[in-house]
Design a protein around this ligand. Structure first.
Ligand code: PEP
Ligand code: CO
Length: 470
């Protein structure tokens, strides 16, 4: 959600025709959904961000690119997950540790089930900016009806419905950077300190196995899988992926939607002894479904950086358009560069995904196919609560796996919205959350997330669906 309404278009700099620069996105046609009212404050914030140390280094970013390249050819699998929107208030040790724990545990289930190394990428340390369906929201404020800017995430404005909180504030970019940095510092310390050693059964909450309503076959299957996880852990050590006993260190990568281009640009730099620019706010930025238009500022910005880049691919995407998009973002067809995060919806994926798979395969374009079975599967209850159904998520996953099998292409990763907390935001799963439970602990300010047990269960089901012989 870049706001280039503060910067007039300059007709001599047309994206695509003039050379790329870190600010060439400002010349792309775009109607920003919000405006920073104080240009001097915006300049001060971006200047300060540009002077602060980078959050990441180019060699970590290049290493992730290599791992994505391996996943493209089926030698690795990518697990990407985290909150829909991180908030500054939730930069707290217990939330961070729980999110890290669920992602690590899911990855262990997948490593074991798929017999392949797994790269973990959190929607962490910067997932603070959100696209919204409407630029404004109308509600009651102080007894009167008023229209205010929508909440665009803590990188842009604040959630409470009052004029002061909803005013876009460039200083929040600096706050976002600081909170990303604190989050990251804690994650790096946890991993350095051996937090990744989750071999001990007491760290795993598998109580959803005990649900009386759980189908017997599924229950037996879960029990078999959990009993053999221990063998899997020794297998992993042999694979060299999970060397927790030797080095107490596992790789962990971050990602966020690269929505606010002021933020992304401010930390985009050249680095010594490498050519090109790196966006050092994250390892893997992605372009959202609403901002992937070919002549828009997001494509212009992200085509020029060296990071691997993700793009959401929804049901309106046509094969020709996808080919152009890939050639624009990755003109040299570099392996590991591009992650297509497909989010079609449970009713559309079977029809819309195969033509894309066939075409990209025929064109021999190097991409990592990832599935996001969350974002086109949102529903609203009669009471107006946003939710998602566990069975829809699972069904989109299974249909995606089947489509890749039929096309003889490789599904190299999955993308989930999840949390390590015991929230009640998505319906279903063996722990049996129903519509009536949703109000018990609904904490998300944006989209509903899988809770700890639903996430772990989905990892078991994904491993089975991808590797039915297990
Ligand atoms: C998201 O990932 O939170 C999101 C908004 O996704 P999409 O762009 O696919 O709608
Ligand atoms: Co979301």
């Amino acid at each position: 959600m870049s706001n280039n309404s503060n910067i007039p278009n300059t007709p001599d700099r047309v994206p695509g025709n003039s050379p790329w620069t870190p600010d060439s996105w400002k010349s792309a046609p775009f109607t920003s959904p919000y405006t920073y009212e104080d240009p001097a404050a915006l300049t001060a914030a971006t200047k300060s961000l540009a002077q602060l140390p980078p959050l990441f280094t180019s060699w970590e970013i290049e290493k992730l690119k290599e791992q994505i390249s391996e996943a493209q050819s089926g030698q690795r699998f990518i697990l990407q997950g985290g909150d829909c929107a991180e908030t500054l208030d939730e930069c707290r040790p217990e939330y961070i540790a729980n999110k890290l724990k669920i992602l690590l545990q899911m990855s262990l289930v997948l490593i074991h089930g798929l017999r392949t190394p797994v790269t973990r990428i959190g929607r962490f340390a910067g997932q603070y900016a959100k696209p919204r369906s409407s630029p404004t929201e109308t509600a009651d404020c102080n007894g009167a009806t008023c229209e205010l800017p929508s909440y665009f995430g803590d990188l842009v404005n604040r959630a409470p419905f009052d004029p002061e909180s909803r005013a876009p504030d460039p200083n929040l970019m600096v706050e976002g950077y600081k909170h990303a940095s604190m989050t990251l510092n804690f994650i790096r310390s946890l991993l350095d300190g051996g937090f990744a050693d989750l071999h001990h059964p007491e760290y795993w909450d598998l109580s959803f196995f005990e649900n009386a309503d759980l189908d017997t076959n599924r229950k037996n299957q879960y029990q078999r899988m959990s009993q053999t996880l221990a063998d899997g852990l020794s297998f992993m050590e042999n694979l060299g992926e999970q060397r927790v006993h030797e080095s107490t260190r596992v790789d962990f990568y971050t990602s966020h939607e690269g929505l606010n281009l002021y933020y992304e640009q401010a930390q985009t730099r050249t680095v010594p002894r490498r050519t090109g620019h790196f966006d050092l706010t994250t390892h893997l930025p992605w372009i959202g479904e609403r901002n992937r238009n070919l002549d828009g500022p997001h494509i212009e910005f992200f085509k020029g950086i060296n990071n691997p880049v993700g793009v959401k691919v929804g049901p309106t995407m046509q094969p020709d358009e996808l080919v152009t998009l890939i050639n624009t973002l990755n003109p040299t067809n570099e392996p590991g560069k591009l992650v297509l995060i497909v989010r079609m919806g449970v009713d559309k994926v079977a029809d819309h995904l195969p033509p894309l798979l066939e075409r990209i395969k025929a064109e021999q374009l190097n991409v990592l196919w990832m599935t996001d079975p969350m974002h086109a599967n949102g529903t609203k209850t009669a009471a107006g609560i946003k939710t998602r159904n566990f069975d829809d998520i699972l069904s989109e996953l299974e249909q995606t796996i089947a489509a890749h099998k039929a096309a003889e292409t490789i599904l190299g990763g999955v993308h989930f919205e999840l949390t390590g907390e015991d929230v009640t935001e998505c319906i279903g799963g063996a722990s049996g959350i129903t519509e009536d439970d949703l109000t018990k602990n609904y904490a998300s300010l944006c989209d509903p997330r899988l809770n700890y047990q639903q996430s772990l269960e989905l990892a078991f089901l994904l491993a089975t669906a991808m590797n039915p012989s297990k």
